[in-house]
Write a protein that binds this ligand. Sequence first.
Ligand code: SF4
Length: 420
Amino acid sequence: MNEISQIDYEPPLVEDLSSIEVILETTTSEDLLFGKTEISPSDFKVTSPEAVKFRETFFPQTTEKQWSSWRWQVQNSYTNFKKLSELFDVSNIDDFDFLSKSRKLPLRITPYYASLLYGKPKGYALNRAVVPNKLELITSPGEESDPLHEDSMCPVENLIHRYPDRVLMLSTGFCSVYCRYCTRSHMVSKEKKHFGIKAWETSIEYIRNNPNVRDVILSGGDPLTLPDRHLEFLLSSLRAIPHLDIIRIGTKVPVVMPQRITTKLVKMLKKFHPLYMSIHFTHPDEITPEVTEACNRIADAGIVMGSQTVLLKDVNDNVDTMKELMHKLLKVRVRPYYIYQCDPIPGSSHFRTPVSKGLEIIKGLRGFTSGYAIPHYVIDAPGGGGKIPILPEYYQGREGDNVILKNFEGKTFKYYDPIK
Ligand code: SF4
C-alpha cells in the first residue's frame, strides 16, 4: 500500500508555493530559476574518477560537494561556445549566432555530461548528440517544426491529447541538456525559467474533467528539473484525481544530471505510486557509475523505468552499439522500451537513418539476446498519427490452414492455424 493513499493525501499548502511562483514569474535571471534556495549539500556521493579529473581541471575552485549538487550543475552548465571551446575545437561552429535566433535550440550541457565528452575523438557519438552543428541550418524535404502536429491536439495550453485514455502534459520548457534532434525543439527552451505552477491549472482541470484519461505523462522540457516542492505539488494535484491510474515522468535528467536523483527526491516520488519513468538514453557510454547510482535509487523507490532511445546516424545506428546499450540498461534495472525513428524537425536530416536501419537493428537483437533487451522500434507518424511499431517480416502470410513464419535465422516454418 502506498504511504499516502489517493484519497487521504493532502497536497502541499498552496500558499507555501505562491511565493515561489512570484519569483519564477518576475525574474528572467537564470540564477533564480529555482527560487531563492541556496545550493545545499547533496547526498549524492558517487563521482567517477574521470569526472573528478574533469572537475579538477576545469572547475578547480569547485568542491566535491558543489559538483554533486544538481543546482550547481544547472548553474554552471555550458551555454556558450566560448566556454565550450575550453573542452574542444569548436572552430567549425563558431559562427553560430543562430543560437540567438528563436527557432533554434540553445546550447546547454551540464558539467557532468561535458565530462563524458572531454578528451574523446572527433565525431564522438555523444558529442554529436548535444553539440550544435552547422547542418542544423539546413531544412530538408519533409521537415517541419511541429512534425507530429501536437499544437493542433492541445485542447488547453501545454497539454497534448492524442490518444483516447492518456494525455501528455508539458510541465516546463526547460531541460538540463538540449538534444540537437529534439522533437519538441519548437517549444522547449523558450524561457530560461519554468512556467510556474499557475500555468498547470488548466491542464490539471482538463484532466479532472475528463474521466476517460487514466494515464498522464509529465513531459516538457524535463519535469525533473523542477524543484522538489513544485514537482510534489504537481504530482499531488494529479494523484488527487480519482480516475487517474498511472503517472509517468518523461526525463533525461538521470542520464545527463544524475546528481538530481537525491534520496529526498525519490522519497517524495514514491508517495505517488503507481509511478513510471521513461528515461531518454542514447548510447552505452552514458551508463556510468553516477547513472547506475541514480537508476538504483529510482528502482529502489519502486518506480518502474523504461528507456526511450532515438535512432541517430553515427551515434547509435548499429546493432553492436544498440545491443550494448540494451544490455547495460537491463543491468541498471531499466527495461528497454522504445527505439524511435528520428522525427523530421528542421535541420535534423544529418541524424536520420533509413527505416531499413531500424529494422536491421531489431533483426540483430531478436533471437540474439534476451527478449527483455528488445525494445519496440516505432515511427511517430508525421501529422499526428501516433506511434506505429515497425517489425521485420516474421509473419510471411498464409498457405491454406498454415501461417508461414520466418525465424531470427531466416528459416521458414509452418504453423498449423486452420481457417474455421
Ligand atoms: S531532454 Fe527531451 S525535451 Fe529536452 S531537449 Fe532532449 S529530447 Fe528535447
